[in-house]
Design a binder for this molecule. Structure first.
Ligand code: DQA
Length: 143
């Protein structure tokens, strides 16, 4: 059985309430419940971690090294400037990380166009709303 960790960063605990025209009307718990069920259909255990604190995200990334087969990460705004999160993924680079975003960041403000994480991730899926997560899970499970 595979084990995958899904990490969500700052403000993603506000999904459903936060700018629903951009991020949709479903909560993170709703999305996670569906991902858990999808994982079961692919013989994969899916765990979840969310934090608004950069250092806690770094520590969760380190836990992938010994505890998981891969990781799906939506680092929220940290994506665009966190050297610490880039370095944490690089430290665990032998495990596949997929960067996801609900929105298509390239159609939004210029400051969202740069990702610190893409160079150290296996792939990037963005712009499909909550489906970005399920596409990433399928990609990791088929790997
Ligand atoms: C986001 C895009 C980021 O630019 C933003 O800061 C977020 C959410 C997304 O999923 O579309 O918090 O990562």
């Amino acid at each position: 059985m595979k084990k995958i960790l899904v990490i969500n960063g700052p403000n993603l605990n506000m999904l459903g309430k936060r700018e629903p025209e951009i991020y949709g009307s479903r909560s993170l718990d709703d999305i996670n419940r569906d991902l858990k069920a999808l994982g079961e259909t692919m013989n994969t255990e899916v765990d979840f971690f969310q934090s608004n604190i950069e250092g806690e995200i770094v520590t969760a990334i380190h836990s992938v090294l010994d505890g998981y087969d891969g990781c799906i990460i939506n680092a929220g705004a940290y994506t665009h400037y966190s050297v610490a999160i880039h370095d944490a993924i690089a430290a665990v680079e032998k495990k596949p990380f997929i960067e996801v975003h609900l929105s298509n960041v390239h159609t939004r403000e210029d400051y969202r166009h740069k990702s610190m994480l893409s160079p150290v991730c296996k792939g990037v899926i963005l712009g499909f709303g909550e489906k970005s997560y399920s596409l990433a899970l399928k990609a990791l499970c088929e790997d």
